[in-house]
Design a protein around this ligand. Sequence first.
Ligand code: ZN
Length: 304
Amino acid sequence: MSKSAARSIEMVEVGPRDGLQNEAKIVSTADKVELIRRAIAAGSRRIEVASFVNPKRVPQMADAEDVVAQLGKVEGVTRIGLVLNERGAERAIASGLDQLGAVAIASDPFGIRNQGQSSSESVAVAGRIIDFAKAAGRSAQVTIAVSFGCPFGGEVAADHVVEMARQLAAFGPCEIALADTIGVAVPAQVKALVGAVREAVGGLPVRVHFHNTRGTGVANAWAAVEAGASVVDASIGGLGGCPFAPGAAGNVATEDVAYMFARSGVETGLDLDKLLEASHWLAGVMGKDMPSMLARAGGFPKAE
Ligand code: ZN
């Protein structure tokens, strides 16, 4: 690791939101709350607990309010709710969540198909959500989706993502996240884009979100932190298949990323044994093996 890179980073657990929302099997509210509690027990201090989206489009998230209510407030833990519009923001704030996650979209064809918004319209909507959250006394972050490539438009210009980050930073979010929504990024691209976005957003923390669709997710997380990203998303078990790549692996697995950082001297505050327990428990809930490599291989061998 380069001298300038962080010796500690923050990881955001996205399993209860991104991990579950593309799964066909509907998970009970009690099991979602249990997953969040297990993440907290493993040391997670920021968690995407639900998305407040149209339940007709994302049935898995129909119980978002119930998840937040049953979980309750947790001292020292930031509970994030993802929202795509003002209606979602109202619901998330009413539920009592600590932080709102807004989404801007780096490509027009993805924005129009996914949210009925062009890229520039999505920046304006995300800005309004940030304003709305702050007016309600909550913090807000914003994620730039398809930052590294688009399933419909192909290449996404890095300059465009950097300009979006600059515009979004002006609304005063607590961080800017770059998401590889479809899992196409490679480390050299990640290093270049994270570096350019960092320069564009002043001192604002840069967060990254990777899917392991093409096997580059964990390497991308490493490249991002080397380039100065200080917050990394991951999902327990690596759940979170991409709807544009059926059958592909999901989000980078929390335990895989935590293992890499721990063995590399980068502190995450996470307990690997407890993460693995949570991953095995989740495999039982989902009735299938998780994409996580560590769930299969185990951690570093202990001396006999
Ligand atoms: Zn994702």
